[in-house]
Ligand binder design. Structure first.
Ligand code: CMP
Length: 139
């Protein structure tokens, strides 16, 4: 079934000039880009996007990190793209993310209070609908 997912190239990825590499991998896999926009997050937007993490110990550093520079927000479409992009991204911890994945190939662990792992991808159809509405209200 064709579906859509919300992908973010986080500030670490944008700063390291990896936006094109991430878009290349999405397209090379055969997914379609529906929307691509460089955006600056706000604390309010992040509180919605990361609602499940509000109150966790890493929430404040996560917000600081996500406000530290622009984010490339992307909507991609394709058969099982939600699961497919999470597979392309690799696991949350970049140290152990499998080689061949975005995080496994391009990210590492730094001695920082928050994990910097280049990309975000929605984790379910419900999250995708919610997150696309947050980042692209006109879609
Ligand atoms: P992501 O899974 O895209 O969304 C939540 C983010 O919070 C995650 O990427 C990491 O950037 C960060 N994160 C998740 N768990 C931790 C943790 N235990 N310590 C620090 N940062 C985390």
């Amino acid at each position: 079934m064709t579906e859509r997912t919300l992908i973010l190239v986080k500030p670490d990825g944008v700063k390291r000039a990896l936006s094109g590499e991430v878009l290349r991998r999405i397209e090379a896999k055969g997914y379609t880009l529906v929307a691509v926009e460089l955006k600056h997050a706000t604390p309010e937007l992040l509180a919605e996007h990361y609602a499940e993490h509000v109150g966790k110990p890493f929430y404040a550093p996560l917000v600081d990190f996500m406000l530290s520079g622009p984010v490339l927000a992307v909507v991609a479409e394709g058969e099982r793209v939600i699961e497919g992009f999470r597979s392309l991204a690799g696991t949350t911890d970049p140290t152990t993310a499998a080689p061949g994945t975005i995080r496994g190939d391009l990210a590492r662990t730094w001695d920082l209070p928050v994990i910097q792992n280049i990309v975000h991808g929605s984790d379910s159809p419900e999250s995708a609908d919610r997150e696309i509405g947050i980042w692209f209200p006109a879609l």
